[in-house]
Structure formats: C-alpha cells, structure tokens
Ligand binder design. Structure first.
Ligand SMILES: Nc1ncnc2c1ncn2[C@@H]1O[C@H](COP(=O)(O)OP(=O)(O)OP(=O)(O)O)[C@@H](O)[C@H]1O
Length: 305
C-alpha cells in the first residue's frame, strides 16, 4: 500500500524550475531512495512532501493527507532529518531529545531510542563535542522521536568516513525493521544500491526512472568485462572463438575480454583447458553509475563533484 504519493510535482524558485513534474509512490515498509546529482531537486521534493515548501502544482498525499492543508497531522506521521537541520552547539543530546519529544502528542521513549542508536552514554554530552557519525545518529533520533510512520533522511552520510557510513546504513536498516518507512535522499550510488528497495533516479528536476537497484542496472547493456594478466604464452584468438565473447583487447601483457552470458565461466574454463594461469583476474559488472549514464546520457561523476 502506498504511504506517499507524489503526482506531477512542480516547484520553481523564481525563473528556476527545481522540480519539473516529479511523480512516484512509496509503499509502506520500504526504503525508497531519491537518487540524483547535486542540484537535481531531491531536497526540494522531500521538503514539499514534508509540507515545508508549497508546490507550484501537482498533488502530494502522505497517508492520504495533504502536507500543506493537513500540516499538523502530517508532521506527526513524518519524521524529518533534513539536510539543514542544525542544533545549537551547546545543547546536550538529552536536552535536544526532550525538546523535540515535547513537540509531539505521543512521543516514543527517547532514552530507549538513544539506547537503540548507540547513544545512551552521550545523553549529557554537548552536541558540538560529538563525532560526525554521532551527530548523524542524533539527527536520526530526532526524526524518530515523534514515533513517525515515515522517516525522511536527507544526505545522511555526507561527510562521514567509510566506517561511520556503514554503521549509519546498518541503523537505517534497523529503522525499517522497526516498521518505519524510510524516504532516503542521497547522491551516493553505493548507498542507494546497498539500502534501497526501490529508487527514483532524478536528474534536472525530472524522474528518469523508478525501479529496484537490480532493475535499474538490468536496463544497461548487459555486457561484462573480464580482465586478467596471462602468465606465460597465450593466444588471445582462442578467446575470440568463444560464443560469449564480443571483443578482446590486449595492452601491455593484460587482456580485457568483453562479452555476455556466462562470460567468466567461459573464459576461466578455456584458460584452465589450455593450462594458462590468469593473474590479477577481475570482473566488472555494470552498476548504478552505468545505469545513470544509460538513463541520462551523462556520467554521474561528471555532474557530482
Ligand atoms: N531556496 C532556493 N532558492 C533558489 N534556488 C534554490 C533554492 N533551493 C534550491 N534551489 C535550486 O534548485 C535546484 C534544486 O535544488 P535542491 O536542493 O532541491 O537539489 P538537490 O538535488 O537536493 O541538491 P543538493 O544535494 O545539492 O541539495 C538547484 O539548482 C538549487 O540551486
């Protein structure tokens, strides 16, 4: 069942159309990603969903409610950790939680929440003294303290080191396991691929595709690449004869084989039959960045610094 429905959302800032006819639905219980490069319109979209900005046109429903007309109810249903939410430097973690809890009629037990988020021993610590990962966990706690049905998490792991990022991902999975639907805004391919059940890929204010990560990748040309360095003499024409192989390139003692189907199996079997040892064997599978290139004609790395 859809808990969020967005139909033909348009939002302009003066002459700039930041969101240009965006539509998607989020099912209850899923982690739904909004993935796109900087400036694609992701934050504007979720701010409209949360009722923080008025759309110029289009319809938004959160559990059947209009975020602007039914603002009070939607605020209770939807816990937002928005990109810009900053806390006063000297506020203590416990004070922040108590303050946010006071905004809601039926908040969760915030001590238990901090415990669940691994912040129980930070209750009396000032916000400014927390690490980047701890600050992000506090912002997740603030998004959850009202007991929402949907948590909106915007650029959650920007600025975190890889270990803190992975910890935060585990946490998002736990949030979903507790029954909360997650709307996750990100410009990290890996994050979207790892966490999301479905993803809306947004570019220049428009949705270019909505699908599962695997579904997005499967739209890309199914070619794979196998790379290796043969130890000893090797005739690359043997590879060219394989039905799975479409191309073979040789550079400086390395071989790059492009093809489809069971390419890796075909190549390694042939090498074994010919008693060739393949050093530095690697397989490149298409990923979400290839899907983005395929969908938009632009490489993600070109549009996101
Ligand atoms: N308050 C504003 N006034 C004018 N233009 C804005 C405003 N907020 C955003 N924009 C512009 O609208 C476009 C979409 O911005 P938005 O923040 O929604 O994108 P985003 O995909 O979330 O990117 P980022 O990850 O960089 O925040 C950008 O070109 C941005 O410069």
């Amino acid at each position: 069942m859809a808990i969020i429905e967005v139909v033909d959302l348009v939002k302009r800032y003066g002459a700039k159309t930041a969101v240009d006819g965006v539509s998607f639905t989020v099912d209850e219980g899923e982690i739904f990603g909004i993935l796109g490069p900087n400036g694609a319109g992701k934050t504007t979209t979720v701010e409209c969903v949360g009722g923080l900005r008025a759309a110029d046109s289009g319809t938004i429903r959160v559990a059947g409610l209009d975020p602007r007309r039914d603002r009070v109810e939607v605020r209770r249903l939807l816990g937002a950790q928005l990109q810009e939410s900053r806390l006063p430097e000297r506020i203590r973690v416990g004070e922040a939680l108590a303050l946010y809890a006071s905004f809601y009629p039926d908040p969760v037990d915030w001590h238990a929440l901090l415990d669940r988020l691994g912040l129980a021993d930070r209750v009396d610590v000032e916000y400014r003294k927390l690490s980047g990962g701890q600050k992000q966990r506090v912002s997740i706690a603030l998004a959850l303290v009202g007991g929402p049905r949907v948590a909106v998490l915007d650029e959650l792991t920007t600025g975190l080191d890889p270990a803190a990022r992975r910890e935060t991902w585990d946490l998002v999975e736990r949030v979903r396991a507790s029954g909360v639907t997650v709307l996750l805004v990100t410009h990290f391919m890996e994050e979207a691929e790892r966490l999301c059940d479905r993803i809306a890929v947004i570019d220049q204010g428009r949705v270019v595709a909505v699908d599962t990560p695997a579904g997005l990748v499967s739209r890309v040309d199914a070619r794979q690449r196998v790379r290796f360095r043969p130890v000893g003499a090797f005739d690359a024409d043997l590879l060219r004869a394989l039905p799975e192989v479409t191309d073979v390139e040789e550079h400086g003692g390395r071989v790059v084989v492009t093809g489809t189907g069971e390419l890796l199996h075909a190549v390694t079997s042939l090498l074994a039959r010919n008693q060739v040892v393949a050093a530095e064997l690697r397989v490149d599978q298409p990923g979400l960045d290839d899907a983005f290139l395929h969908l938009t004609g632009r490489a993600f790395s070109e549009v996101t610094p």
